[in-house]
Design a protein around this ligand. Structure first.
Ligand code: NAD
Length: 375
C-alpha cells in the first residue's frame, strides 16, 4: 500500500515535470487522471461538428477540461442536436446544421470549431470555419491530400485563425517523455524506428471503407499514426519513402481503399523507419525506437490508453491522463495564449503527413522510391 502510494506520487512528480500546468489530479473511472488544478487563463469555447463516435469521446473528455468547454454543436441530425444540446448545456441558438453553420461567425460564444466528420468533408468544412473567422481544430487525416491541406493552411492564415489537428498523442505523458529523452540525447544517435498500426475493420458498409468519404483505407485512418509517430519519435523529417501494398480481400477493400501497406522512410541523418498500416490485423499498436545508446518500446503506443512502454532505463511510469482532456486543455493554451506544443499540432504538421501519404500511394502505384521535400 505504502509502495503504491509512493509510486503514485512519483508518477505525479514525473508528470508535473513534463506538464507544469498539471499540479493535482482526480482519479477517473477509466483509471485516467483528471487535472484538478491547471494554469489560469481564459476558456476556449468550442463547437463540435459531426456528432459521431469520436465526437462522443471528445465531448465526454471535455467535461473534465479546465480550459475548454462545449458551447456549440453542428450536426445534420436534429435529434442529436437537441439530445447533445440538453446533455452538454448548449442553447438552441448555438446549435447548427451543415447548411447554416456559416452563421457561427455571428456567435460571440464560440471561439473554435472542432471538425470530427468523415475525412472527405474536412477540407470544405475547415474552409468555411476559417471564413467565419473561427479557429479550426480538425481531426486526422486533416484532408484527403496535400493540395487540400495546403489550401486549408493558407485559408486559415489568410483569415487570421489557427488551424490545429487532433493529434492527441502529442500531449500524452509517456510519449512526451520519450520525445524528451530523445531530444536530450539519452538514446544517442537515432538509427531506426518501427511503427505498426492496425486493426481488423468490421462493417463493410461504413464510410471508412468508402473511398469517396475516407480518401483511401487503413493508411488514412490508422497508418497515419505510424507516419506521424516516425516523425516525432525520430525527430527529423523524412527525405524518401518506399511502399508496398498487399490486398487479401478485394471485395471488402475496393479500388482505392488500401487494406495493408508496408512502408519505409529514410531520414537525413541516415536513420530509417519500417512501418505497417493495416485494416486486417488486430493487436497492432506498437512503436520501437532504436538509438546507439538506448531504445524505447511502446505497446500500446497510440490507442486511447493507458499507453504502456519502457526504455533501456526502465518502465515508463508517467500517469495516464485522458488524452482528449489533456489535448483540449493544451489546445486552449495554444489558441488563446500562443503556447507552443512540444510536438507541433498545427496545420503544417498535418500537411507534412498528407505529403507523406500522397508519396506512399504514389510509391505503391509506381513501385518506385519517392523523394520527400517537407522542410
Ligand atoms: P463516425 O462515423 O462515428 O462519426 C462521423 C459523424 O459525421 C457522424 O455523426 C455522421 O453523422 C457525421 N457525418 C456528417 N456528414 C456525413 C456524411 N456525408 N457521411 C457520413 N457521416 C457524416 O466517425 P468517427 O469515428 O467519429 O470519425 C470522424 C473523424 O474523426 C474521422 O476523420 C476520423 O479519422 C477521426 N477520428 C480520430 C480519432 C482520434 O483518436 N484522433 C479517433 C476516431 C476518429
Amino acid at each position: 500500500m505504502k509502495n503504491s502510494r509512493r509510486d503514485f506520487l512519483q508518477k505525479l512528480a514525473a508528470s508535473a515535470a513534463a506538464f507544469p500546468f498539471l499540479s493535482s489530479y482526480d482519479v477517473l473511472a477509466d483509471g485516467g487522471l483528471k487535472p484538478i488544478t491547471s494554469s489560469q487563463g481564459p476558456t476556449l469555447r468550442v463547437a463540435l461538428m459531426g456528432l459521431g463516435g469520436y465526437a462522443s469521446r471528445v465531448a465526454e473528455a471535455m467535461q473534465s477540461c479546465k480550459r475548454a468547454k462545449i458551447t456549440g454543436l453542428i450536426s445534420g441530425t436534429p435529434n442529436k442536436l437537441s439530445d447533445w444540446g440538453d446533455r452538454f448545456g448548449v442553447p438552441e441558438q448555438s446549435r447548427y446544421n451543415y447548411e447554416n453553420f456559416d452563421r457561427i461567425k455571428d456567435n460571440p460564444n464560440i471561439d473554435a470549431v472542432y471538425v470530427i466528420t468523415p475525412n472527405a468533408l474536412h477540407h470544405d468544412q475547415v474552409m468555411r470555419v476559417a471564413k467565419a473567422g473561427k479557429h479550426a481544430i480538425c481531426e486526422k487525416p486533416m484532408a484527403l491530400n496535400a493540395t487540400e491541406g495546403q489550401e486549408m493552411v493558407d485559408a486559415c492564415a489568410k483569415a487570421g485563425v489557427k488551424l490545429l489537428v487532433g493529434y492527441r498523442m502529442h500531449f500524452e505523458p509517456k510519449t512526451v517523455e520519450v520525445v524528451r529523452m530523445r531530444t536530450a540525447g539519452e538514446f544517442g544517435k537515432i538509427k531506426f524506428f518501427q511503427g505498426q498500426c492496425g486493426f481488423r475493420i468490421g462493417d463493410p458498409s461504413q464510410w471508412r471503407l468508402d473511398r469517396d468519404l475516407a480518401g483511401g483505407g487503413a493508411m488514412m485512418d490508422i497508418g497515419i499514426y505510424a507516419i506521424n509517430g516516425s516523425r516525432y519519435m525520430v525527430g527529423e523529417e523524412p527525405v524518401w519513402v518506399t511502399a508496398q501494398e498487399t490486398k487479401t480481400d478485394p471485395v471488402k477493400f475496393k479500388e482505392g481503399v488500401d487494406e495493408t501497406i508496408l512502408f519505409q522512410l529514410g531520414f537525413p541523418s541516415g536513420a530509417v523507419a519500417s512501418c505497417l498500416s493495416t485494416y486486417n490485423m488486430n493487436y497492432l499498436d506498437r512503436f520501437f525506437l532504436n538509438g546507439e545508446k538506448g531504445f524505447a518500446e511502446m505497446q500500446p503506443s497510440t490507442g486511447y490508453g493507458p499507453i504502456k512502454g519502457r526504455t533501456n532505463k526502465g518502465e515508463l511510469t508517467q500517469p495516464h491522463v485522458t488524452h482528449q482532456t489533456l489535448q483540449m486543455d493544451e489546445m486552449a493554451g495554444i489558441i488563446l495564449d500562443g503556447n507552443t506544443a512540444i510536438v507541433p499540432v498545427d496545420g503544417n504538421e498535418g500537411l507534412k503527413d498528407l505529403k507523406i501519404i500522397d508519396a506512399i500511394y504514389r510509391a505503391c502505384a509506381t513501385g518506385t522510391k519517392q523523394e520527400l521535400h517537407l522542410v
